[in-house]
Design a binder for this molecule. Sequence first.
Ligand code: NAI
Length: 254
Amino acid sequence: MTENTQRVVVVTGGSRGIGRAICKTLAAPGSKIFFNYFSPADREAEEAAAAETIAAVKQAGCEAVGIWANVAVSEEVTAFFDQIMADAGRVDVLVNNAGITRDGMMARMKESDWDAVLAINLKGPFLCTQIAARIMGKQHGGRIINMASIVGVRGNIGQANYVASKAGLIGLTKTAAREYAARNVTVNAVAPGFIETDMTAVLPEKVKAAMLSAIPLGRAGQVEDVAAVVAFLASDAAAYMTGQVLHVSGGMFM
Ligand code: NAI
């Protein structure tokens, strides 16, 4: 591992929300941040969001590269990392942050909604981890941080696909932690609760109010609350932690 500065950091889903906050928090002079993003429903808006992330990271004196790539497609993940290696030659930190929801009661959940969520939220981190850990292993060190969710531990009505993907991601985290420990690659997960982003903005007001009332700290989480914990796990201070799940939920889950 290199020091906390001058690192090559890879963040999936870095154009908006928690991913953008992670890019901004990990931005340091001398470091390089590569992130991907993908949202075919409105490519123009997603490109504009990515440009905002790039500008914010550059303002911190850090290089930033944003690449349109779908984490669920093996060829696109390979091309993404090929570009990173051609440009920077190493990977010190991988944050598997990209994720989507396709909520609905299980009784009526479409198979396509199950497949889409599992492909992006679980297969994506698997594909990225396989490549990044191989690179990190050759460097004899690296950090992988997976964005899980408290619902992956406690379940949630109307989110069978999402919950299964996040529970799976926690299992993947622990297995990867064991498999790559000998190479000094640590693998941990962060499990946010209710964080104000585009993902939660679409929830009905009633659902938001119910969630807020279940948070002992009495407020919704901000993207910076999550990014700060990711920064800790990516730092030298967390060198002796692996296979852990850190909940960032204002006490919503304890
Ligand atoms: P968001 O919807 O604001 O942003 C999602 C990001 O992922 C965007 O940058 C988008 O371009 C990217 N993305 C989506 N599909 C992709 C794909 N196939 N390939 C590459 N990139 C893709 O989401 P938010 O809220 O920032 O969530 C980030 C992560 O945090 C997700 O994994 C989510 O499940 C997790 N999380 C969020 C919580 C919340 O309350 N917002 C709570 C718990 C977990």
